[in-house]
Design a protein around this ligand. Structure first.
Ligand code: SER
Length: 340
């Protein structure tokens, strides 16, 4: 039996997966297969060659996928986000760390079997940082990848460690064996800021106040923001997030000087986001009700990140700044979505 060359997306039904499936299925040269614990929406399912429903922790399922498909690239998006992970840290570790380790090993074995490197795209997060205090956060300003790697959340610890696991597979895997095996997994990682999509709402994250505010206003629902008005972290419009993954995947290997790259587009305060939402939906009821514990998590994340390495090495260039993200993407797309 000849196995078919494809791209695998895990967590494909999630927020990033939504945009990525459409781009890969319509623009890419290889068919897409997906793995998610839930069924894909019918509009997405139509775009993929095969949809596997199940857990990334299910070894038998991964074996089955391996027996049928030759995988050239993995976009490993499945994860429990930062708020949810604080309620179930052991499950978060299983899914976020053991799940990722299983996928890295899966990619290694795929590469060994077809003889080509498997490009492994991994979304990390600003949660990989941990600023010591609000004052320290203000003083740190735009943080570089290697600074402040002291996350306070289970999710952040999971992401930071998996960045290191990826680097290990790419550079040092079984370094003492007679036949070195490193480099078969071509691990490439983007440290995302908060992502804001016009077509989906996040679940279980701590940067969710921004998308929740926008979607609630568009639906005519009142919303009480769970962080203080002055809260500031970096964000990005989802199309730029998807584009970043695709661009990093396509970059020539020799251009890459790091395994994990910061990316960001704008960093408004929660109050500036609210003002922009109110300009579009003047009738909206947007109030403040700080959740001190979730606030603590957001306060430990940087107010901005230095993404000069991504710009230099693989041409990262977000199309949407704060104004364009709202006026040309979020507001028109969200209006259309809820008008239906
Ligand atoms: N958006 C994510 C979260 O809030 C951060 O990566 O958990």
């Amino acid at each position: 039996m000849i196995r078919k060359p494809v791209v695998l997306i895990t967590g494909a039904g999630g927020e990033i997966g939504h945009g990525l499936i459409s781009r890969l299925a319509t623009g890419g040269d290889r068919a897409v297969i997906t793995l998610d614990v839930n069924r894909l929406e019918p509009t997405l399912a139509r775009l993929v060659q095969r949809e596997f429903v199940g857990s990334i922790l299910d070894q038998a399922l991964l074996e089955r996928i391996m027996s049928e498909y030759e995988i050239d690239a993995v976009y490993h998006l499945a994860a429990l986000l930062s708020t949810r992970a604080e309620f179930t840290p052991l499950t978060a570790h299983q899914v976020n760390v053991e799940g990722t380790l299983g996928l890295l090993e899966f990619a290694q074995r795929e590469a060994e079997s077809h003889g080509r490197p498997v490009v492994f795209l991994y979304p990390s997060s600003i949660a990989a940082y941990g600023l010591p205090s609000l004052d320290g956060k203000r003083r740190a300003g735009r943080v570089a990848e290697d600074a402040h790697n002291t996350p306070t959340t289970m999710y952040g610890c999971n992401k930071l460690y998996c960045e290191q696991l990826g680097r290990y597979y790419a550079r040092f895997y079984k370094q003492l064996s007679a036949t070195p095996q490193a480099g078969r997994v071509d691990f490439r990682c983007v440290r995302f800021p908060g992502l804001i999509s016009a077509v989906t709402v996040p679940s279980g994250g701590t940067s969710d106040y921004a998308p929740e505010m926008i979607h609630a206003a568009a639906k005519g629902e009142a919303y009480a923001c769970f962080v203080r008005p002055d809260t500031r972290i970096p964000f990005m419009a989802m199309p730029d997030g998807v584009e970043a993954l695709l661009r990093l995947a396509a970059a020539p290997r020799e251009r890459l000087t790091r395994t994990a790259y910061n990316v960001a587009a704008f960093n408004p305060s929660a109050d500036e986001i609210r003002a922009e939402v109110l300009r579009a939906f003047p009738e909206a009821t947007l109030t403040w009700k700080t959740d001190e514990k979730r606030q603590g998590i957001v306060d430990s994340w940087p107010e901005d990140v230095d993404d000069s390495a991504a710009r230099r090495d693989w041409g990262f260039a977000p199309a949407f700044d704060f104004a364009r993200a709202f006026h040309e993407y979020l507001i028109p797309t969200i209006r259309e979505r809820y008008a239906r």
